[in-house]
Design a binder for this molecule. Structure first.
Ligand code: DGL
Length: 265
């Protein structure tokens, strides 16, 4: 492996940037390839079969092209459905994204936790399993929101989300029976931490938010411990499976964060 071998982050859209940020905080010299499956976006409203077929094939092509040292599936939907298949198909370490139910359980005083993800993620048996293993004495309420995913994408294109629209999505949790007792919300979609400030602004003041980003960053640092990095990393690369005007607007916004012009897969 060369010093310049990148870490490949994969998501349906821009959500994985919420995992890139804590990773670069720990590994500032790591070269990043950020790949967004814009042609397949959004994942949250797709079927399990669709995601299970799509994600391993795409990651195979990306690995062949970019030769990363490590792959990060920075997407809860893809991870909860396709992580074992991706690991079986690739001959390199693959880090997935897991809804942060365990840390949420450690934080909750009321023992009522909200899990906010995509519709596909919140219906996964994997989430039932995490809730049973790590939050067995908690009520775990779930809400799948495609609207928040769109709002996060829009924010990266420069459109600030309307507070009412964000509040309406949180009501999907708080409006459920027992929802008024929620004191921790798990951002179980990587897009949602990008809107955390907007959510805090409209949520009751005692509610705290948690996501998997910092834990994934620590895992990446652990798996790459002792590996060499370039002294001056090249510009990070940005790859889209469909490269239209929308993706170019996002890419323009990301230039300030050290990303080169967008490429098409
Ligand atoms: N960012 C993704 C996740 O973590 C998926 C968003 C979508 O494409 O629906 O689940």
């Amino acid at each position: 492996m060369t010093d310049t071998a990148p870490i490949l982050f994969f998501d349906s859209g821009v959500g994985g940037l919420s995992v890139v940020a804590p990773t670069l905080a720990l590994l500032p010299r790591a070269p990043i390839v950020y790949a967004a499956d814009s042609a397949g976006f959004p994942y949250g409203t797709r079927s399990e079969a669709d995601i299970a077929a799509r994600v391993p094939a795409l990651l195979g092509r990306l690995v062949e092209r970019y030769r990363p040292r490590l792959v990060v599936i920075a997407c809860n939907t893809a991870s909860t459905i396709a992580l074992p298949a991706v690991r079986a198909a690739l001959d390199l370490p693959v880090v997935g994204t897991v809804p942060a139910i365990k840390p949420a359980s450690a934080m909750s005083a009321t023992r009522v936790i909200g899990v906010l993800g995509t519709e596909a993620t919140v219906r996964q048996p994997y989430v039932d399993d995490l809730a049973a293993r790590f939050a067995g004495d908690c009520t775990v309420l779930r809400h799948g929101s495609a609207a928040l995913v769109e709002l996060a994408e829009g924010a990266l294109e420069g459109r600030a989300p309307a507070p009412d629209a964000v509040a309406a999505e949180l009501h999907g949790l708080f409006g459920q029976p027992g929802g008024e007792r929620i004191d921790v919300i798990v951002n179980a979609c990587t897009h949602f931490p990008l809107l955390e400030g907007d959510m805090i602004a409209v949520a009751p003041p005692h509610v705290r938010f948690v996501d998997g980003g910092p834990g994934i960053a620590r895992r990446i640092a652990y798996l790459t411990e002792g590996q060499a990095w370039p002294d001056a990393p090249p510009a990070h690369r940005l790859v889209f499976t469909r490269l239209d005007a929308r993706e170019r607007r996002i890419a323009n916004g990301l230039a300030a964060r050290g990303f080169a012009a967008a490429e098409a897969l």
